[in-house]
Design a protein around this ligand. Structure first.
Ligand code: BTN
Length: 232
């Protein structure tokens, strides 16, 4: 399904995807000089890691959170199938091991007639980690004690993603949510920083629109629409 485009070094695979604008393309770079993260943060992208963006068209607004969910499920499954490592998915789209971030996903829509979306996936595999994220990030080679096979992980990811994309096209939303939940952080004590407030509580469920439900210390249910989650 995806036409693959490889780059040794580019600013950002997400930016490249937007520039190319041709659907069903996967852009892969060995290194990014201006990797983008959520909340306008950068994404440290030295050689050795996986930096990949998918460009899709015909994306309905209501499918966007599900696209992010299937990207997280697929990245998790690709790591599990290729390395046998179990990671957990932290809402909305990070892969976590030992409370540290192994993979981040950034989804963006490009408005216009074709209703395009770019899904950018960054996985710390064999790269050095940002020294400023000490104790917050982790890489596969550190966990496994050996080099990870980036090519194998990317190929497996694309295969699994295609399967889940078909599931999404068939509108099997509950299957996506239930697969996401199977290996998720639900049950963990968390802190969520939203635009206007910080919440403390236990992550306990995901609703049918992919929103996070937490219980605060007074047992009150709170629905989280956006935010930065930390497992505590
Ligand atoms: C996050 O902040 O958790 C999301 C990080 C997403 C990083 C990836 S790396 C490939 C793609 N290109 C980018 O510039 N960003 C995404």
């Amino acid at each position: 399904m995806f036409k693959l485009l490889y780059f040794k070094k580019i600013n950002s695979t997400n930016a490249k995807a937007e520039q190319i604008g041709s659907a069903n393309t996967a852009i892969i770079a060995e290194e990014q000089t201006n990797g983008k993260g959520r909340f306008d943060r950068g994404w440290y992208s030295p050689k050795g890691g996986i930096y990949l963006s998918l460009l899709l068209d015909g994306v309905k607004a209501e499918d966007l959170p599900f696209l992010t969910f299937i990207a997280a499920i697929s990245a998790r499954k690709a790591i599990k199938l290729t390395t046998n490592l179990d990671t957990i998915i932290k809402w909305p789209n990070d892969l976590i091991f030992d409370k540290k971030k192994l993979c981040g996903i950034l989804t963006k829509t490009i408005l216009g007639r074709k209703k395009m979306a770019v899904i950018g996936i960054g996985i710390n595999t064999n790269n050095n980690l940002n020294p400023r994220l000490k104790n917050k990030a982790i890489s596969l080679n550190k966990i496994l004690g050996k080099q990870a096979d980036n090519k194998k992980i990317i190929t497996t990811f694309l295969k699994v993603f295609e399967e889940y994309y078909k599931i999404l096209k068939k509108k099997r939303y509950s299957k996506i949510i239930s697969d996401w939940k199977k290996h998720s952080f639900l049950g963990c004590k968390i802190k969520v920083k939203t635009l206007d407030k910080t919440y403390h509580g236990t992550a306990f469920d995901i609703d049918c629109n992919c929103l996070l439900l937490i219980k605060d210390k007074n047992n009150k249910n709170i629905k989280i629409h956006e935010g930065d989650v930390t497992i505590i």
